[in-house]
Design a protein around this ligand. Structure first.
Ligand code: RIB
Ligand code: CA
Length: 303
């Protein structure tokens, strides 16, 4: 499967990119970056660092630095750290960004790999909405859009109403859901059933000393946030669960519905079923233990 991950790395993004590098079914043809967990220039630097560390030969195309109608973005540094990798703040600049913007790259790859390209969006949906605006054929050219985002049947995480990726650009998300490509939504409804604990990271690092050890080290900051704010003993494999949904759909129970996003007021970013809109597949159940063990099995095979 040809895959592009649109990402704001970000600790769980780093885990998802490592998983994609290890998954035999995935031909990762690029990363596109977006603001969210970090400023977009940090997302791009972190993505290029991960590409180098994982020994991948894939381009990184930089995208939006803020949401539709916003002038800037203020990352939640208390969740992923000031540089996006927890306590690892001395992230080197390796290589350079692709000459195309994220939206241009997404449109170009969708044309080049017509009918074959899966796009997995694990940050705010600004780049996806931009690609849809740039080329109306984009939604037909891609095979599928898999989104980590939303909280349709459960509370949110950035507010009680909204999940962070949707909240960070509610307008862009609503544009995507108004006229979606074939789409699967992997929201908090399922990603909080895939908690990864400190002991899981330690076991992973025992097998994969370099990559697993790096993920264990950067996860400490993230685990602390989940414990202190959420009272949870583990962090959600949010983005890895979305990447796994790209290739292992039978592990998920899905319902078909249109979605609309609340774009202003106290409930901004809420994702609501809307039968008047084109249907997308919303994940409602997951084999959580299966996702956790598949993630561990694949990433443990890395150096
Ligand atoms: O709500 C979880 C999502 O927000 C994940 O993609 C995480 O990386 C953050 O971007
Ligand atoms: Ca993310």
């Amino acid at each position: 499967m040809k895959l592009i991950i649109d990402t704001d790395p970000g600790i769980d993004d780093a885990m998802a990119i490592a998983y994609a590098a290890a998954a035999p079914e995935i031909d990762l043809i690029g990363l596109t970056t977006v603001f969210g967990n970090t400023h977009v220039h940090q997302s791009s630097r972190n993505a290029r660092f991960l590409v180098h560390k994982l020994g991948l030969d894939v381009p990184v195309a930089e995208g939006a630095r803020c949401a539709r109608g916003a002038g800037s973005h203020d990352p939640s540094a208390h969740v992923h750290g000031s540089e996006g990798f927890g306590d690892f703040t001395d992230v080197p600049q390796i290589g350079s960004n692709h000459s195309l913007t994220a939206a241009e790259f997404l449109v170009a790859m969708a044309r080049e790999h017509k009918g074959e390209l899966v796009v997995c969006a694990v940050g705010p949906l600004t780049n996806i909405a931009d690609a849809m605006q740039l080329d109306p054929a984009f939604t037909r050219n891609i095979k599928r859009l898999v989104i980590m985002g939303g909280a349709v049947f459960c509370p949110g995480n950035i507010t009680e109403h909204a999940e962070a990726n949707i909240y960070h650009d509610a307008i862009a998300a609503d544009e995507v859901f108004a006229a979606p490509p074939e789409t699967v939504l992997v929201g908090l409804d399922v990603t909080l059933q895939t908690l990864y604990e400190a002991a899981d990271f330690e076991a992973l690092a025992g097998h994969s000393t370099d990559i697993g050890g790096f993920l264990r080290d950067i996860s400490r900051f993230y685990l602390k946030f989940y414990k202190e704010i959420g009272g949870l003993e583990g962090c959600g494999l949010h983005d890895s669960t979305a990447v796994i949904a790209c290739t292992h759909a039978p592990m998920f129970g899905m319902v078909e519905t249109g979605l609309q996003v609340v774009v202003d007021g106290a409930e901004i970013g809420a994702t609501r079923p809307d039968p008047s809109r084109p249907g997308i597949r919303v994940c409602r159940d997951v084999d959580g233990a299966g996702v956790v063990s598949l993630f561990t099995e694949r990433v443990a095979s890395l150096p």
